[in-house]
Write a protein that binds this ligand. Structure first.
Ligand SMILES: NC(=O)c1ccc[n+]([C@@H]2O[C@H](COP(=O)([O-])OP(=O)(O)OC[C@H]3O[C@@H](n4cnc5c(N)ncnc54)[C@H](O)[C@@H]3O)[C@@H](O)[C@H]2O)c1
Ligand SMILES: O=C(O)[C@H](O)COP(=O)(O)O
Length: 527
């Protein structure tokens, strides 16, 4: 088997390349390329490891014909078109905690630098001015810090600020009262926060709700002399309005690590005496970069080599320990989904996935994903476990998952049912020896078959002589039969036949089979 190939396209700690190699991937480190260069190259790779510089756009994803996973060595993924990645079946993962402490420390450093104007004083002192009388700072002790966003980084900033004896309040619609109590912070609405805070620090992602959250109006109505820190994302603040407020003194100082447009080589804020900034350095410490590089490489290699999924934003988690155990179940689930998708007619709007026995004890999400991947192949041949749930949703397919505690005739079983115009149609399968997927029921008829390669499904009257007739037909067309599996509803009633064939039966063979005495239907299947 070829080794998975990974491209590291942003500057990353060298541990990332080492881990990829140790875990069985080939890795290229090519940073600083233009979007055109990346587009020309990306088709070769199974994995793409990035930070915030590489923009993984719709166009790049369309060119990424082999790509299976994008790993963000860091937190923010606003530089990745996640919805298109999902549609293309590419997993997007990040490292949600590796640089949180570092970034929180940067926010605290910004607060202190603002309070004492350290960068400005430093620049003028080194300029030989000794400007002692020009710098009068403020203490942070006893001041109120307002956090906009109190997740991982906001929570760490809160604890550090409390150590500096600041009072911390927060606006975060998703912050529970319990978590606020745990953090020792007061939960308030945004207007209250802006009228009470002496310092504001932003720690939200950039979303439709948070874009411009510090708008001109909010900045104008905030407490006079407020100081603003943004180490989260550019785009959270109206930069032109902030400049006006810095000039008027409404805002006493602002410290930005991130800008609406990066790299920010120009900005309306540049040159304001009470403005300081850093070039998106929030995560730039040795410790954080080692953390995120190691973590992203481990996660991506786990996925590419073993199928383990962690910290994915568009797929349920599957630990590296679970992955080998789930692998045969996912193979079974995909085959059952594919079988039902190939056999059921019409517009199908409901699918249910039942697990019983040992299968009921497993992580069900990957199994559902695999059933949907198999099933959705009736609509698209580029479907996989990542995009199948999205495509299913897009088509309005209602998916239900049922776990049965009971154990039936098989110690582990997955059943997939769809609602058709003719009623519910279901197929079920088990694992033989805990690893070999085997079909055990088709539309209510017990049968035992491997679902593999080219197959022929025949529904016929259970009458003597039929097996000979179908065997002769295949022989006449020089098609070798690999396996021959039979089942029937009851003696003399409806019977099913599943043949595995060494080659695909063409339309003429199917038509002839349909013409055989006693045949109700014939369908070529492929797995
Ligand atoms: N400057 C840097 O180098 C750097 C480094 C790391 C992270 N970041 C950025 O920092 C931000 C926060 O990271 P995190 O790890 O704390 O993320 P997180 O997901 O743990 O926390 C984000 C918080 O924002 C809250 N939130 C969401 N929508 C909100 C809204 N409309 N109003 C108020 N709060 C809202 C969420 O409830 C959550 O608690 C991210 O944007 C991340 O990309 C920047
Ligand atoms: O979201 C993040 O993790 C930070 O913005 C860090 O970005 P960087 O990896 O480009 O420094």
């Amino acid at each position: 088997m070829n080794k998975p190939k990974v491209l590291i396209s942003d500057k990353m700690d060298e541990n990332a390349a080492r881990i990829f190699e140790e875990r069985g991937c080939d890795v290229d480190v090519i940073t600083g390329e233009s979007p055109e260069e990346l587009k020309a190259r990306i088709g070769e790779y199974d994995g793409l490891a990035i930070r915030s510089s590489t923009k993984v756009t719709h166009e790049i994803l369309d060119a990424a014909t082999n790509l299976k996973v994008i790993g963000r060595a860091g937190i923010g993924v606003d530089n990745v078109d996640i919805s298109h990645a999902s549609a293309k079946g590419v997993v997007v993962m990040n490292t949600p905690f590796g640089n949180s402490i570092t970034t929180a420390e940067h926010a605290i450093a910004m607060i202190m630098a603002l309070a004492r104007q350290i960068p400005q004083a430093n620049a003028r002192t080194q300029n030989g001015e000794w400007p002692k009388k020009d710098f009068m700072g403020v203490e942070v002790t006893g001041k109120t810090l307002g956090l906009i966003g109190a997740g991982n980084i906001g929570g760490i900033v809160a604890a550090r600020a409390q150590g500096l004896r600041m009072k911390v309040i927060a606006y975060d619609p998703f912050l529970t009262e319990e978590r606020a109590v745990e953090l020792g912070i007061e939960k308030v609405d945004l207007d209250t926060l802006l009228t009470r805070a002496d310092f504001v620090s932003l720690h939200t992602p950039l979303t439709d709700e948070t874009r411009n959250i510090l708008s001109r109006e909010r900045i104008e109505n905030a407490k006079s002399g407020i100081r603003i820190v943004n180490c989260a994302r550019g785009g959270l603040i109206d930069e032109a309005a902030l400049r006006d407020a810095l000039d008027s003194g409404q805002v006493a100082g602002a410290a930005l690590d991130v800008f609406a447009s990066e790299p920010a080589t120009t900005s309306p804020l540049f040159g304001a005496p009470n403005f300081i900034c850093t070039p998106h350095l929030g995560a730039s410490t040795t410790e954080a970069q080692v953390n995120v590089a190691l973590q992203v490489a481990e996660q991506m290699a786990d996925y590419l080599v073993n199928g383990g999924v962690s910290n994915a934003l568009n797929m349920p988690s599957l630990s590296a320990e679970e992955a080998p155990k789930l692998k045969p179940y996912m193979a079974l689930a995909e085959k059952l989904g594919s079988l039902v998708g190939q056999l059921a007619h019409g517009n199908l709007t409901k699918i249910s996935i039942e697990r019983e026995g040992a299968a009921a004890e497993l992580n069900g999400k990957p199994i559902t994903g695999a059933v949907l991947a198999g099933f959705m192949r009736r609509y698209s041949d580029t479907v996989n476990m990542v995009n199948a749930p999205f495509l299913a949703k897009e088509r309005g397919l209602e998916v239900s998952e049922i776990r049965h505690q009971r154990e039936g005739a098989f110690n582990t079983l997955i059943r997939v049912s769809v609602e058709t115009e003719q009623g519910t149609r279901s197929v079920a399968g088990t694992l033989f020896g805990n690893h070999a997927p085997r079909l055990v029921e088709i539309f209510g008829i017990g049968i035992e078959a491997d679902l593999d390669g080219q197959m022929l499904y025949v529904v016929n009257d259970d009458k003597p002589g039929f097996i000979g007739r179908i065997g002769s037909l295949m022989g006449a067309h020089d098609i070798n039969i690999g396996t021959f599996n039979l089942g029937r509803r009851d003696a003399g009633g409806e019977a099913v036949l599943l043949l595995s064939l060494d080659e695909e039966p063409g339309a003429a063979v199917i038509a002839e089979a349909e013409g055989l005495e006693g045949v109700q239907m014939v369908k070529a299947l492929s797995f």
